[in-house]
Design a protein around this ligand. Sequence first.
Ligand code: ZN
Length: 477
Amino acid sequence: MSYLVFARKWRPQSFEEVLSQEHVTVTLKNAIDTGRIGHAYLMTGPRGVGKTTTARIFAKALNCEKGPSSQPCQQCDSCRSITSGNHLDVREIDGASNRGIDQIRELREQARYASAGGRYKIYIIDEVHMLTNEAFNALLKILEEPPDSVVFIFATTQPRKVPDTILSRCQRFDFRRIPVTDMSEYLQKEASGEGIALDGAALSLICRASGGSMRDALSLVDQLVSFSGKDIHGEDVARLLGMVKTDLLAGIASAVLAGDTSGAIDRVSRSLSEGYGVDELMDAFISFLRNLLLVVAGASESLGEVPETEMKLLVDLAAGIPDVAVLNILRIISSASIEVKRSNLPRVTLETALMTASKLSRAFSLDELPGIAERLSEKVAPPGVKGDGPKPEETVQELEEPVHCVESVPEAAPVEEEGPEPDSGPEPPEETADGPEEGPPEAEESTGEDTRRSSEEIDREKEKETSQQILGLFDAV
Ligand SMILES: [Zn+2]
């Protein structure tokens, strides 16, 4: 027997086996059990989530010799021939390659004849949105006066391209992407049945790369078995997919957080010269920053399965970094990633965003945070409650509460700049791209409490001005 790919071998054969689409399968089962069978159904949703599989199971349920039954027997001739795809009354048509009016007219002629022995004549039209307007019109004529015992099941990834006149004659079912946890569990189970070992990192990467499409995930497992045998690790998946290496991403993140603009740009150059696209690099960097943010915020359990090596990089990077710093970088890179898709010079957009992010990081030094936190906690504390703010040498961990207060500062001022004296601060981490508008950070202790209070407004204005100047500078690049 010829080799069967996993996507076919592991294809669900009953409603119960269809993963994560209970809202569809339960409704269809009830329709069968109560004898409320319509003439047209529309299955919509992303690719590879079970639309045509469900359509086939529905066909089987309708035509099972012991049915109609929501639990087709799988044994009778009808069930077996539908499973093998050669039932005379169940026709699958690919809308993309049969999109013309002639094909639909032919279908209309055929639909008039009685079934070849099955209870229902079932037409499954995949990618129905690909039909031409004339073909849709011809289809509409059948739907307006459907022959008895004919059931149409349309599947599409783009329901918006299906005319309203067709939509309004269909019962519509929206399929969801398959959640990572469901997919991961399913893959693990099916793979181990085949003697294939997938480690946690591999599972996590496969699920991420598949974007919720089970078919994509299964194709990937197929490819991985050919690529690295039956013992599959995270590194194999990363190599096969040409994923941007996490140590490269960690290097870029670390440079940006340290305000090391040239270091960040250098690493980007290196990544691009290794063949990664700007889009790809940005998407990978955004995912990495998101993971870093979760680790920094102490929400690591929301990460799902992350390869051990990546986890170690994240934990190392996260030490001593406030969540607001990562959040700011993530915001800048995310908005730039939208621009990148429209830009003729995506690399410039990426580099500009990294410069902006590292300059914002650099505009305040991490050493300063205890002072910033103290100042902010004073701002938000009720009158008379004067917390003895944390001292500069305390760890960021101990500052969790005050640091969170930073988020309550208006968005225009993500960067903290202390006091009116621009010269008394510690040295910035690197000598790169110094601008007069940026002003090095100042030491907290040099600002007396009274001065601090009286200069609050000045501080705010200065913060706003600095952010705008930095952003303006890079808009001009
Ligand atoms: Zn049967």
